[in-house]
Design a protein around this ligand. Structure first.
Ligand code: BGC
Length: 765
């Protein structure tokens, strides 16, 4: 029905109108065509709140109508909780409906390649599975309300430095396994209404003009049925963008409509391509219009409570020596640091929300009636140490049993538009921590930051709470965790390095002269630290609880897994402590040895479970072949080398508590395209003809070799005895020789040899 309507509209639109339709009306609307009754829809940022801006206005300093600022992706990722993300998406969808907004510009699912990226707070994780699963839940939540999403920024948009022209350069494996994987998961799992093409280039092609990834990968291979929208101002050449599959240029760009018209007229752009873009936009518009709900209302109080709940469940307890936490309501506590009064809870840039209210930790203390026992000192003002504030902080800390220091990154250090220069906290914050911890043995640090920071004082404090940028309810959430009203259950969605110099992309971030070679390839975050046995400050997946958990019986329901036969992996988790708590069950795998370089550990499944004290639950995951596979450029497909894979339950990426083995079955990889004299023995015998030939002539060949001393007589004797010694010591060396050498000992004639190769190549297709 809509298809017919769209076809009819396209047949009636003039070329000028078609060109016009392919860019927005101002910042936040598509264009209506009144003559034909084509309506317009509205879209707004995104991702963790509705930045309600009108018309031409695009105030990124927190303007726009008031809205709830939910915890940012850096925080929600730490929840490892699909259900929470779904609820967040649903709530935002309702808020959109109530404001007549048809599409939310989010989620941001770029991978955290380097902790310096200024926009990391808007993104979920360094891990594509975690990013993809949480993004998928969020998109499903928003879209369950009949509101669209724009999954952004497609793709390899991992830094702010030169974000509008730099070229992210990497091989196909790195793209598929790391930078495309979360997009793929969401596109296949949720059919987002739109995908947003990023500002940057990939391999010297602008993302808005990249037909290989917009058409071939996104649409054809993954089956994307929605519209592609440009990031705001990302379209460089209107005609190239439309031809490549970028349908809608945002914001409005009427001044360049002539480019499209001219390109159609001079034949450099097929009108069919323009029609296809219009069809995608019209489909989006109709979807939006059909799902409008005139009288929709939004429950503000419910939304604000959800913001607090999500923030509480996203906080990560990094350190808790001598059970300094939770605090006791009768204890005298010093809250020190300006962030206790005025928390940093969101980032700057296009996601900045004009929040309906902000709850600081001190507000929350007041609400809970604990004001009498909590004293406050500001501690710092700005990045440089203020000695009088520091002295005041010290005397406040001395009067208390425990000092809680609220520190982190001020907004001028971390924003959309630029990257951080280093991983340090402001000098004034570090000085405060050192000074207070020197005189107060019970010092706890609460961090408000959108990305990892160095903690040179890590051993000087008893407790560390990572609150990230937890949205407007963060103060309440922090107090909930500090006083044990909420048992912390967040886990780090990214590795915290010891030093910037340790990070995998240290030498190539942010690139040179506009080129960013992703030299670390798929070894991003813990994939690198684990493979290199490089110590970190806190590993991916780390987070403590006020209760304890025990794991037992990691098992699979079958010993083998293949392309058409997944296995179910199960493990029993018990809450062995005294109180209820949530545990994040993390399943990692180590692949068998393979022709491809592979990280030693990768997350392949996770879940979050709530367990009351003493309770046991069995957590099960279905593991598919693809979950253990890497991208094979040779096969142009996903591939898992047959062999033994170790599955591990990890308390983090670096700490495993249980393991078991599953066998992957399937064809081994043959990297040979053509069998010739230079084909190696090991590749030759992987071909069925080669294998037969080898079996028939092995003795002959090896005897010949022994005769001329290529292999020792003793080795030959051992092989004949079949005691395996020869295999262990010599076979690998033999297998690495070119077949020409081996065949020369088999007595094969030139003619026979050529016809053998020919037969092998023919059989190979
Ligand atoms: C950002 C997008 C955002 C858009 C609209 C761009 O600068 O990169 O994430 O959705 O502006 O505000």
């Amino acid at each position: 029905m809509n298809n017919d309507k769209i076809k009819k509209w396209i047949s009636e639109l003039t070329l000028e109108e078609k060109a016009g339709l392919c860019s927005g009306n101002g910042n936040w609307y598509t264009k209506a065509v009144e003559r034909l009754g084509i309506p317009a829809i509205r879209m707004n940022d995104g991702p963790h709140g509705l930045r309600l801006q009108e018309g031409e206005s695009n105030d990124i300093s927190g303007g726009g109508d008031p809205a709830i600022c939910f915890p940012l992706a850096c925080a929600t990722a730490a929840s490892f909780d699909r259900n929470l993300l779904h609820r967040l998406g649903k709530e935002l969808g309702e808020q959109c409906l109530a404001n007549n907004v048809q599409m939310l510009l989010g989620p941001g699912i770029n991978i955290k390649r380097n902790p310096l990226c200024g926009r990391n707070f808007e993104y979920f994780s360094e891990d594509p599975l975690l990013t993809g699963e949480l993004g998928l839940a969020f998109v499903n939540g928003v879209q369950s309300q009949g509101v669209g999403t724009s999954v952004k920024h497609f793709f390899a948009n991992n830094q702010e430095h030169r974000r509008m022209d730099s070229s992210s350069e990497m091989d196909e494996r790195t793209k598929r396994e790391i930078y495309l994987a979360a997009f793929e998961r969401i596109v296949k799992g949720a059919q987002p209404w739109t995908v947003m093409a990023a500002y940057n280039q990939v391999d010297n092609v602008f993302c808005t003009e990249n037909a290989e990834y917009l058409q071939e990968v996104l649409r054809r291979q993954w089956g994307f049925e929605g519209a592609v929208v440009s990031d705001w101002g990302a379209t460089m050449h209107r005609a190239k963008a439309v031809a490549a599959g970028c349908d809608l240029t945002m914001p409005g760009a009427a001044d360049t409509d002539a480019q499209l018209i001219k390109a159609v007229q001079d034949g450099s752009l097929a009108e069919a391509d323009l029609d296809a873009a219009c069809a995608n936009i019209l489909k989006l518009v109709l979807r939006g219009v059909e799902n409008r709900r005139e009288n929709a209302v939004f429950d503000l109080a419910r939304g604000e409570a959800l913001a607090e709940e999500i923030a509480s469940q996203s906080i990560v307890l990094l350190k808790n020596d001598a059970a300094v936490l939770p605090l006791n309501e009768d204890q005298k506590i010093a809250f020190i640091g300006e962030f206790a009064q005025s928390p940093r809870y969101q980032g700057s840039g296009s996601s900045r929300i004009n929040s309906t209210r902000v709850v600081s930790a001190l507000d929350a203390i007041g609400e809970m009636g604990l004001g009498e026992n909590v004293i406050y000192a500001k501690g710092y003002d700005g990045e440089e140490t203020d000695v009088s504030l520091l002295n005041e902080a010290l005397s406040t800390a001395q009067q208390a049993e425990v000092a809680v220091l609220f520190v982190g990154l001020p907004s001028q250090m971390e924003s959309e538009g630029f990257d951080r220069k280093h991983l340090r906290l402001p000098e004034s914050h570090n000085a405060l921590i050192w000074a207070v911890s020197a005189i107060q043995p019970n010092t706890i640090v609460v961090l408000h930051n959108g990305a990892p920071v160095e903690m040179p004082w890590v051993h000087d404090v008893k407790g560390i709470v990572e609150a990230y940028l937890g949205g407007q309810g963060v103060g309440k959430a922090v107090v909930n965790v500090l006083y044990g009203k909420e048992n912390p259950s967040g886990r780090l969605p990214e590795s915290f390095p010891l030093r910037l110099e340790d990070t995998p992309s240290y030498l190539s971030f942010p690139g040179e002269a506009g080129h960013v070679p992703y030299t670390e390839r798929m070894f991003v975050g813990y994939r690198y630290y684990e493979s290199k046995a490089q110590p970190v400050l806190f590993p991916f997946g780390h987070g403590l609880s006020y209760t304890t958990f025990a794991y037992a019986n990691l098992r699979t329901d079958a010993p083998t897994l293949s392309k058409d036969k997944p296995v179910t992996v199960s493990v029993d988790v018990t809450n062995t402590g005294a109180i209820s708590g949530r545990e994040v069950v993390q399943l990692y795998y180590t692949p068998c040895k393979c022709e491809y370089l592979r990280p030693v550990k990768q997350l392949c499944a996770f879940d979050k479970v709530l367990l009351t004290s003493g309770k046991t639950k069995t957590v099960s995951f279905e593991l598919q072949y693809r979950d253990l596979a890497c991208w094979s450029p040779e096969l142009n497909d996903w591939f898992a080398e047959p062999g033994s894979y170790t599955l591990q339950i990890g308390l983090s990426a670096s700490k495993s508590v249980l393991d078991c083995v599953v066998q992957v079955q399937g064809e081994p990889l043959s990297i040979v395209k053509e069998y010739t004299e230079s084909t190696l023995m090991k590749d030759f015998i992987m071909h069925p003809f080669g294998k037969t030939y080898f079996a028939d002539h092995v003795e002959h060949m090896f005897t010949g070799m022994a005769k001329v001393g290529v292999i020792p007589e003793e080795a030959l004797a051992q092989m004949k005895r079949g005691d395996g010694t020869f295999e262990a010591q010599g076979l690998e060396t033999m297998m690495a020789l070119p077949i020409s050498l081996m065949l020369s000992f088999s007595g094969i004639s030139e003619e026979e040899k050529q016809s053998l190769f020919q037969a092998m190549n023919t059989a190979n297709g």
